[in-house]
Design a protein around this ligand. Structure first.
Ligand SMILES: [Zn+2]
Length: 344
């Protein structure tokens, strides 16, 4: 079929009959329904959103996706200051809490709450999204944190297992530890690792030090932080492999948007998230093609929905249809996470 495996996944998630083509209007009508549901649930169950959304009457104010521009933004400060008040379920329904202490920033840590069902959404996304670069013949090395149940590496392992891909969960490699690099490379040689998921800096260092692993490595997924062209090229050249990029944050449910085989930007998981690109000064939504701040709304999360959340990353929509034929929108490569905050 035309398009990516993500299109087939989204079509199923939004309830289209088997084999029906995914149309843009189907995605948007589903997003509107789920957005309205999210707004109602958040207002009814979270003291924070009851107050923040008090000026919005979902029944009359939110009749189209454009109407979501009336909804106030939420910010990282809201999450730091009012996190528990954003919760929409009783504590007993929370299965995982992620605490983020951003280095160098003042104030309370960010705490993000997930129910079991919230985590299942991520596993399901990883299961289908990873088919873009792996299949049952792969042995994939996970260099993301994976020791705790529900950590990103653990959810990725679960998603890949559903697709029949075998994994080795290693965990993150320390930044400046040559002996650890050597241990990882010897594991890669011994096991004939064919696919790697890790941070761009560490993975580029491994590629530089272990060019002989090109014999087995076919694909690499870079996540966790901004991917420089230099790191990307190093990996592609040393390992002669395809490098895919992923964009996600803990707030977006770890998974956010995934490159397709064209590898020009990434397609968001539009059945779970609505992305907007806004002018950080005026808050106005920008036309496709213009760079601005990435804002997203979760439309399927139970524990802690994020409504028009300003993540602080720089992004833009690529206006042309993707060569893969996908009906999903396409985000250009997300810029440096600190860039918006540095602006005057
Ligand atoms: Zn595509």
């Amino acid at each position: 079929m035309a398009g990516t495996v993500l299109d087939a996944w989204v079509a199923r998630k939004i309830g289209l009959p088997e084999g029906a083509p995914l149309r843009r209007e189907d995605i948007e009508s589903y997003q509107l329904t789920m957005l309205r549901r999210t707004l109602k649930t958040a207002r009814a169950n979270s003291p924070f959103y009851a107050e923040r959304l008090s000026g919005i009457d979902v029944e009359t104010d939110i009749m189209s996706l454009e109407d979501m521009r009336r909804i106030p933004f939420t910010t990282e400060s809201d999450l730091r200051d009012s996190g528990p008040a954003m919760l929409c379920v009783p504590q007993k329904d929370v299965s995982r809490i992620v605490t983020l202490n951003t280095s160098g920033s003042e104030g309370s840590p960010k705490r993000i709450y997930f129910t079991e069902e919230d985590q299942e959404l991520t596993v399901d996304f990883f299961h289908h999204g990873m088919k873009i670069m792996t299949d049952e013949s792969d042995l994939l090395l996970i260099l993301l944190s994976c020791e705790r149940p529900g950590s990103v590496g653990d959810l990725l392992r679960q998603g890949l297992a559903r697709g029949g891909t075998r994994t080795i969960t290693y965990g993150p490699i320390p930044r400046n530890d040559d002996s650890e690099d050597a241990a990882v490379l010897s594991l890669m040689r011994e096991m004939n690792i064919s696919s790697v998921v890790g941070g761009p800096v560490e993975t580029a260092r491994l590629a530089r030090g272990g060019a002989d692993c090109a014999a087995s490595v076919r694909s690499v997924l870079l996540s966790t932080e901004y991917v420089s062209d230099e790191n990307r090229q190093t990996i592609e050249e040393c390992w002669n492999c395809k490098v895919f990029e992923h964009y996600g944050t803990t707030e977006s449910g770890l998974g956010g948007a995934m490159a397709c085989h064209m590898r020009e930007g990434y397609h968001p998981r539009e059945a779970d998230l609505i992305f907007e690109i806004t002018d950080p000064r005026s808050g106005q939504v920008l036309p496709d093609g213009e760079w601005g701040e990435v804002v997203f709304t979760t439309i399927t999360r139970r524990a802690m929905p994020f409504i028009r959340y300003r993540i602080g990353d720089v992004g833009r929509w690529l206006p042309e249809p993707c060569g893969c034929g996908s009906m999903l929108k396409r985000l250009d490569k997300i810029g440096d996470r600190a860039a918006i905050k540095r602006r005057p």
